[in-house]
Design a protein around this ligand. Structure first.
Ligand code: AMP
Ligand code: MG
Length: 501
């Protein structure tokens, strides 16, 4: 039986300059590794009576569904600060977009589906490891409640791809509210194609920001503001959960405000703000602590593309864009502080909260305490008579810098925080529950992701499956997944991640 996907093809109806029509290149022997049935149902894709082999063929690109209008999107981008005018989907093919029950559009894109006119020197393929990493990371982010692209399927290709060594190949199916990036705007701005820019901006307004009145003269300025707001909130969420994207190039920043392109990304274990995991990020441009500022840099590149659409003179347009970029920094800081307050069980942000949060992070940094586990254990010590033993046991973990002064500082900090909690929140038990709903027990720790990939490369997908199960309910303390809460032992640490494209 064939699979029917109710494609709408909104992007394919845009002008020809926006993309290149291209069919996937069939793979040798597609085998379904995982299909996200729950997501398929949300998207209105019925798989009743559809066998696994059909799914493998559709989500490898071997069988193109009816009504799909496959295409590779055109875009440019600043990569590590350097402008690359011609990027585009070099190994991703958009099958089309579908509308969910609420009428919202979702792109369905195959990653690793073969070469396109944008492939440059690349082979258009994706190794299994990066495909599984993206699957794990985006589903984990979704379960954490952080805006993200989603994983619909992963299929092994039965082919080998040549990287530093031969690796098994795969095709990953990604779902996004759209794949429009900062780099998509850059593509048309670089070509001085004003009509295309306006068409793209109108498409984005309709698709992602319908609340903005399209009759307003300053609608494109409002659009820019709204994009900046979403990015400020998104990056604040990354910072609050210890997520490091790793390649925040302008082609990897969406206009919708979803996290996209999980390459050499990772969650921080021991808290050090200068942490970098990506093997290709030699200067630490995309280090954990740089993310808010890099977000602003990328949005400044977006502003440059939109200036001609803003009202008033060029000078006024620049002033307006600059003001919004300054607001971004403030929104980011506010969203971050609100997130920290939630992590600490304090609902309203009050004077002194920022200083208290910063004191804590300085302490975590000096000691090298595990970011996620620290906040999770903090949930249990909301009252001044609670037993602090579990929190202080974190100092006994390997590689932690332990000193009498640091322990004393932490005691003082806890006294101060507990007093603030008691003054503002009536019940320590209720604070514990609230805190547990925002401080995850389980995150996709880098060594666990690496372990799942290594097993899969030998044909054992059980480690990958189990990790996904552990990550599905990150705010629960399920006993069966308790091992996923602990940080890596020194010999388990994975300090470098490779995007492996
Ligand atoms: P990424 O690092 O995945 O964000 O990709 C950056 C750019 O390189 C995009 O234009 C990709 O389409 C392109 N690219 C990455 N890997 C490949 C590949 N194996 N073949 C062709 N193009 C690729
Ligand atoms: Mg990319």
């Amino acid at each position: 039986m064939s699979l029917h996907i109710p494609f709408r093809n909104a992007y394919a109806s845009l002008p020809d300059t926006f993309f290149a029509r291209v069919l996937p290149t069939a793979v040798k022997k597609p085998v379904l590794i995982r299909f996200n049935q729950a997501l398929a149902t949300e998207l209105g894709i019925s798989t009743d009576g559809v066998d696994e082999q059909t799914l493998a063929e559709v989500f490898s690109g071997n069988r193109v569904p009816d009504n799909a209008e496959p295409l590779a999107m055109a875009y440019s981008g600043h990569q590590f600060g350097h402008l690359n005018p011609q990027l585009g989907d070099g190994r991703a093919i958009l099958l089309g977009d579908v509308a969910d029950g609420r009428g919202r559009l979702w792109d369905i894109q195959l990653k690793g589906a073969g070469t396109t006119p944008f492939s440059r020197m690349g082979d258009g393929r994706c190794p299994l490891g990066p495909a599984l990493r993206e699957y794990i990371m985006c589903e984990a982010m979704h379960a954490l409640g952080i805006p993200t692209t989603r994983a619909l399927a992963v299929v092994s290709s039965g082919e080998r791809v040549v990287r530093e060594q031969l690796e098994p190949g795969a095709v990953f199916t990604r779902v996004a509210s759209s794949h429009i990036r900062v780099g998509t705007f850059q593509y048309f701005a670089l070509r001085r194609d004003a009509d295309a820019l306006r068409t793209l901006a109108d498409h984005v307004l309709e698709r992602h920001y319908p609340a903005i009145d399209r009759q307003r003269d300053d609608r494109y300025l409002q659009l820019f503001r709204a994009i900046c707001q979403r990015q400020a909130e998104l990056i604040a969420r990354w910072m609050n959960t210890g997520f490091i994207h790793g390649v925040m190039n302008t082609d990897n920043m969406t206009i919708s405000g979803e996290t996209i392109d999980y390459g050499p990304c990772a969650f921080i274990d021991a808290y050090h703000p200068q942490t970098v995991y990506s093997a290709i990020d030699r200067n630490g441009r995309y280090a954990y602590q740089n993310q808010p500022a890099i977000g602003q840099w990328n949005l400044a590149r977006l502003a440059e593309t939109l200036l001609s659409l803003f009202p008033g003179t060029e000078k006024q347009a620049v002033e307006q864009a600059t003001a919004v970029l300054q607001d971004y920094a403030q929104w980011q800081q506010q969203a971050w502080q609100q997130g920290m307050n939630h992590k600490l069980g304090l609902s309203q942000v009050q004077e002194g909260d920022q200083e208290r949060a910063e004191q804590l992070l300085a302490l975590l940094d000096q000691a090298g305490l595990d970011f996620t586990l620290f906040f999770r254990r903090l949930c249990a010590v909301t009252s001044n008579d609670s037993d602090r033993h579990e929190v202080f046991a974190l100092f006994e973990l390997p590689d932690v810098h332990r000193s009498a002064r640091l322990e004393e500082d932490l005691h003082h900090w806890l006294d101060d925080w507990q007093a603030a909690l008691a003054a503002r929140e009536s019940s320590p038990q209720a604070a514990t529950q609230r805190m547990k709903s925002v401080n995850p027990a389980v995150i996709p720790r880098n060594h666990r992701v690496a372990e799942a990939i290594a097993a899969a490369e030998t044909g054992d997908f059980s480690v990958f499956e189990r990790l996904l199960s552990a990550l599905a309910n990150p705010y629960d303390d399920a006993a069966e997944f308790s091992a996923y809460q602990t940080p890596p032992l020194p010999q388990e640490q994975v300090l470098r991640t490779f995007c492996g494209t």
